[in-house]
Every structure is written in C-alpha cells, then in structure tokens.
Design a protein around this ligand. Structure first.
Ligand code: AHR
Length: 516
C-alpha cells in the first residue's frame, strides 16, 4: 500500500473512531452545596387488596410451610427490610374507595365478607385489616400510609378510623382498639383522602373533589404525637387542569401533599398493553419514551404548583408508578400479575432518578405494587419467593434515602431507533450523612457502552467502588427455577483520572457508585 493511501485510510479510521467516541462519551458535573434532601419516602411502596398482593403475598395460609408471624410471611418481610422500604400505602388503589375499615377489625372469624368488585370479583374475608396491616408495617420498620374511603364512605367513617388508630383518649372507639389488642395509639400520620377521585374513586370533577377534600380534611384530626400529613387525590397523568383546580381551591396549610399517578404502558394502549417478557427493540424504545414522560409530568405539575405555592410547602407524591403490561398468560386478568425483566429495572432506575432530581417538590412516591401485582419487587409461588430485577434497583438506590441532593449538569449522547432519539443516560447523585457520595447511572442504549467523565466540584473523594445490574438480554427475568439470573454484581468500570471520575457504563445497565 502506498504511503498516501495508508495515510488517507488512517485518517478515515481515526476520524470514524473519534466520531464513534464522541457518540459514546458523556460528561457530568456534580456540585455540592444544595440544601435539598432526597426524602426517603420517594422509595415508598404500595400494597392493595388486589390479586395476590395481600392475600397470598404478604398474608398467607396458616398452613403454608414458610416462617410466619401470625399469617405474615417473614421471608418477604426480611427481603423488604433489606431495601429499607420507608412507607407502605394501603388498602388501595381503587379498593380503598370501597373499603370499610370496621369490617376489618375484631375476631377474624366474625368479620363480614365482601366482594372485591374492582379486582376479579373475588370474595374478600377481611382477615387482613387495620391491626394486621399495622403489625406488618411494624415488622417492616416502615411508616403506614392509609388511603381513606371518600368514594363510598363518609366523613364520620374516616374520622373514626383516624380516632381508632391514633387517639390516646378513653373514648369508646379508642378503647375498642385496646380491646382488639393494641392499647397504645399507632400514630399513623400519612393519610390519603380518597384515591383517583377523578375515576374509580367517584368520577368527580376537580372542583367537586376540592370541596370534598376540605370537608374530609376538616374532620381528619391530629391526636397527640400524630400530626397528620393529608394527601389530596391528584391528577391522572397529564391532567394539568386537575392540579390547577386543586392547588387553587385548597389552601397549602390544609394539605401536606397532592398525589400523581402515571403508569408506563408499553404500547400506550390500555386494551393491549404489551407483553412483560417478549418485546422487540422498537417496542422497548417506545416503552422507554413513555417511561421518560415522567420527567415532563413532574416538571409541568411542579410548575403549576409553583404558581400557587412558590415556597414548595405542598409535596408532589407520585404514589402510583411503574410499568403496567398485559397479565401473564393463564393468570386471572383481574389480578394484574406480571413478570419483571431487565427492561423494568431500567424503568425503575430511570423513574427514581427523575424523582431524586425533583426532590425539591417530589417528597413521596410509591411503586405499584410490592408483591405479585404489576411492577413488583417480589414474586411468590406457594412457599417459593424471588426477588425481581426491580428489587435489585431499590437495593442499590437505598443509599439515596434522606441523603443530601447533589446538583448535576449532564451532557449525554442519544440512543436512536429509526428516526427517534432519547437520552441514552440518566443520572442522580447524593451525599450521605457520613460524607460518602453516591451516583446512580442508567444506560438505556441496547448497543453501546458509554464512557462518562465526571467533574466533582467542591467534593472530595479518593476511592470509588460500585454495583451493577445488567443481563445479556433486555427481556431476561428471574424465575422460580432460576431466581438469581439477574443479581447485583461488583462494578469495576470506574476509576479516578486526576481529579476526574471516569466510568464506562455498559449498555442496558444500572450502576450505583460510592465515592469516599
Ligand atoms: O394499581 C392498580 C390500580 O391502578 C389502582 O387500584 C388504581 O388506583 C390505579 O388505577
């Protein structure tokens, strides 16, 4: 080959390389100095009387051969303690607005039976009620988050429920709690006033709901040691008018938070949502586009809230989120049982990054729904139990709970499919009370590893270590036969170069780094 030809080829090769490098390179700058905390309540969970979430999930047959306290399954409890779940929302969902708490107290065999009209029309025996739920929360070491019935209940019913669990008086209702085995008040502070009041919770207009909220909230009383955090039923997805009307009509002193519900539905079509385990790259890409809509929703709802509440006193509580696919073939469609893949881990991590990065307003959230329902952390099958890829994300991300938020500037390549693009990388970071810095990075690109150079202004560190979740295929899942196919592994792709942190983040992976 002539020298000239070689030189031209070499130039072409190196230009292609640098183009490729430019495409596969990201930069990140982290700064200390914010006064914002990432509330641990962003890492909350949701457990509804739905399918095998409560019955057959947390609360099992007394003859099931697993360790139990009463009928609460302890392998599940221990797994959830490991990821430090901060709160548990209960009893629904749509179920909350047909739940009458008095049916779920007293001797179990005398409790009335009801039909769960929302979820499969099954008969509910009310064996899991207020005391059982609060025992579960105590075992988990998490705060209970009650959703009160506004749709088919009354102000009196909700008001007495609060008195029943929180009052330290010698009123008849507080005394009944003692007779049922718990003389000390439980001090439950999180109370949702209705659920999806625009839909299954009563098909209300926002104006009507705002009036209802004020009426219910007026009779939701504080008892000693239990100042209530009242959470209004908020918008469905991008219903910005709902947020506007609620914020305009309910004073900020009356509500601690307003909820937001948004699910990632892979096809965007509620009639045919898409499979949990079998999807193409195009379908994966569309799902991630829908997942990233959470950023837009949180930003726009926050902007509306800023107009009425510039001091950000009212929290945005995303208390139902996650991927919602078609149910697993052969299961009861009303039970919403779905498998959980590597894709769903990327969805979880991306949503958590969004919430962390909006921690000035997002001060609570709940994944839907903990066990055996929708995007679960845990699946059970009789005495067997498995941890889903989503569980492992919550395990990695627990380091951000109540840590100081670190502001970031991010410049990332796009992930392109056809003519469409999304940012390939998303990130959030925090510093814990001991000074350790944690950075969580997600690479959504299915083909390219991406190198990130990070500048940490005003932050001192010497060493870096990390954990990674990834798998050969985006559709990979944990099964009862192979429960550890997807698991956390040690991450070795990060190093210190001068004062920079350089990380090679593999395609379709979630990484959390710890810098000391
Ligand atoms: O999480 C399942 C259902 O989704 C909940 O019951 C309801 O609030 C929402 O529509």
């Amino acid at each position: 080959m002539s020298f000239k030809k070689y030189t031209l080829l070499a130039i072409a090769f190196f230009s292609a390389q640098s183009l490729c490098n430019a495409q596969n390179t990201a930069s990140l700058t982290l700064t200390g100095g914010t006064n914002l905390t990432i509330s641990k309540h962003i890492y909350g969970q949701f457990a509804e009387h739905l399918g095998h979430g409560i019955y057959g999930g947390f609360w099992v047959d007394k003859n099931l051969p697993v360790a139990k306290q009463d009928r609460i399954r302890l392998d599940v409890v221990n797994a959830l303690k490991q990821i430090k779940i901060p709160n548990l929302r209960w009893p629904g969902g749509c179920f909350a607005d047909e739940y009458h708490w008095r049916d779920g107290i007293g001797p179990s065999d005398q409790r009335p039976r009801m039909v769960n009209t929302n979820w499969g029309g099954v008969t509910e025996d009310n064996s899991f009620g207020t005391h059982e739920f609060l025992s579960l929360c105590s075992l988990l070491g998490c705060e209970p988050y009650f959703a009160a019935n506004v749709g088919s209940g009354t102000v009196e019913e909700m008001s007495k429920w609060i008195e029943y669990v929180n009052s330290n008086s010698n009123s008849t209702i507080a005394g009944l709690r003692g007779l049922n085995g718990h003389p000390d008040p439980y001090k439950v502070t999180f109370w949702g006033i209705g659920n999806e009041s625009w839909g299954c919770g009563g098909n209300m207009t926002p104006e009507f709901y705002a009036d209802q909220f004020k009426r219910y909230a007026a009779f939701a009383k504080d008892y000693p040691g239990a100042p209530l955090k009242k959470i209004a039923s908020g918008p469905n997805s991008d219903d910005y008018n709902w947020t506007s009307v609620i914020m305009k009509n309910i004073p900020s002193w009356m509500m601690w938070g307003i909820s937001l519900h948004y699910y990632t539905v892979p096809t965007g079509n509620w009639g045919h949502k898409g499979s949990a385990t079998s999807f193409t790259e195009n379908e994966y890409f569309e799902t991630m586009q829908r997942c990233l809509k959470m950023e837009e929703l949180v930003t726009k709802h926050s902007t509306i809230m800023d107009q009425y509440d510039p001091e950000k006193k009212v929290a945005l509580v995303v208390d139902e989120w996650g991927v919602w696919t078609d149910p697993e073939p052969g299961t009861n469609p009303g039970f919403l049982y779905q498998q959980n893949s590597m894709r769903d881990a990327l969805i979880a991590a991306t949503n958590l990054n969004i919430f962390n990065n909006h921690c000035d307003r997002v001060r609570g959230a709940a994944l839907a729904q903990t066990i055996n329902v929708l995007q679960s952390l845990i699946l059970t099958n009789n005495d067997k139990m498995l941890l889903t890829p989503t569980y492992h994300v919550f395990d990695m991300y627990k380091v951000h709970q109540d840590a100081k938020y670190l502001a970031l500037k991010l410049n990332v390549p796009n992930y392109q499919v056809g003519n469409n693009t999304i940012p390939a990388i998303n990130v959030s970071a925090s510093q814990d009370a001991s000074g350790k810095i944690h950075i969580s990075l997600v690479n959504l690109d299915l083909h390219n590893d991406i190198s990130i150079r990070t500048t940490l202004a005003e932050l001192n560190w010497k060493t870096v270590k990390g954990q990674i979740l990834t798998s050969a295929n985006i559709t990979d899942i944990n099964t009862f036969e192979k429960p550890d196919k997807l698991h956390l592994a040690k991450f070795t792709g990060a190093k210190k170069e001068g004062d920079k942190l350089v990380v090679l983040i593999p395609k379709k992976s979630v990484v959390t780094l710890e810098l000391e």
